[in-house]
Design a protein around this ligand. Structure first.
Ligand SMILES: Nc1ncnc2c1ncn2[C@@H]1O[C@H](COP(=O)(O)OP(=O)(O)OP(=O)(O)O)[C@@H](O)[C@H]1O
Ligand SMILES: [Mg+2]
Length: 263
């Protein structure tokens, strides 16, 4: 199929997905019968109060945690039904960017080593070609390759997030799941990282799931928005429509709460 024909086809589908956590403290239905499609080239924003299940849903989509019920389909194939080898290959097509960049990097590896690591894990190229590709990626995300051999802690938070983004791009994923990727950064740096994600998404044709508490950011980046509350998607709509004419009472409250900031 041509690239243009692929645009708009469903890349990832969550089908009636639930996640129940059981512990001595009790049971939490963190994700409750959620269905969601992410199409090729599309950015889906996920918003909702703390504890509403956004990160859990992201981890289920990524196959980082097993679903309690329901299915996650990537290009029509069910993740949990695959062999280990097929799953490993597929994992490379989905990458995640986390809130805390330092925690997501390997502290004993250099910046370039961190970016090259997924290539090594997936047996791509030689040591030299992996380093060359990692240096290119660092440049792409705006980290001067001169600093490639420094360790993560020697970089600022914004630069660390750039390194984490470069690493997420190393295997040329189709899907990037960003879970509050700028929440731990200064406001001015947040804007730079968002601009970078926006640019990369366009130039690489990535599909994105973008989780944020910041509705203004979601309004800017997302094509569609899903609103979560207590594990459920209470409303999902094209971004413009959701912000202009929210249907669900909770969405209305959520939007009203930020109006003074947006004004
Ligand atoms: N590993 C776990 N074990 C037990 N409960 C969990 C686990 N992970 C998440 N939960 C619970 O599931 C619910 C949803 O959590 P989740 O982290 O997905 O919410 P969130 O929407 O990402 O919140 P935030 O905006 O604060 O990041 C919460 O009640 C949380 O305590
Ligand atoms: Mg979260």
């Amino acid at each position: 199929m041509s690239e243009s024909a692929k645009q708009g086809e469903v890349l990832v589908r969550a089908e009636s997905v639930s996640k129940l956590f059981s512990s001595r403290a009790g049971e939490t239905l963190a994700v409750d019968d959620v269905s969601l499609d992410v199409r090729r080239g599309e950015t889906v924003g996920i918003v909702g109060e703390s504890g509403s299940g956004k990160s859990t849903l992201a981890r289920l989509i990524m196959g980082l945690q097993p679903v309690t019920s329901g299915r996650i389909l990537f290009e029509g194939q069910e993740l949990s039904a695959m062999t280990g080898k097929a799953q490993h290959a597929l994992r490379g097509k989905m990458q995640m960017v986390f809130q805390n960049p330092y925690g997501s990097l390997l502290p004993h590896y250099t910046a370039v080593g961190n970016v090259a690591e997924p290539l090594r894990l997936h047996n791509r190229g030689t040591r030299e070609s992996r380093r060359a590709k990692a240096l290119e990626l660092l440049e792409l995300v705006g980290v001067n390759p001169r600093f490639a051999d420094l360790s993560p802690r020697q970089f600022s938070g914004g630069q660390q997030q750039r390194i984490a983004i470069a690493r997420a791009l190393a295997l040329e994923p189709d899907l990037l799941v960003c879970d509050e990727p700028t929440s731990s950064l200064d406001v001015s740096i947040q804007a730079q990282i968002l601009a970078l994600l926006e640019e990369l998404r366009g130039s690489l044709g990535l599909s994105c799931v973008f989780i944020s508490h910041n509705l203004a950011v979601v309004e800017r980046l997302a094509d569609r928005v899903a609103v979560m509350r207590t594990g459920k998607i209470v409303e999902a709509a094209p971004t413009e429509q959701l912000f202009a004419d929210p249907q669900d009472e909770y969405t209305k409250t959520l939007l009203a709460a930020v109006l003074p900031v947006r004004a």
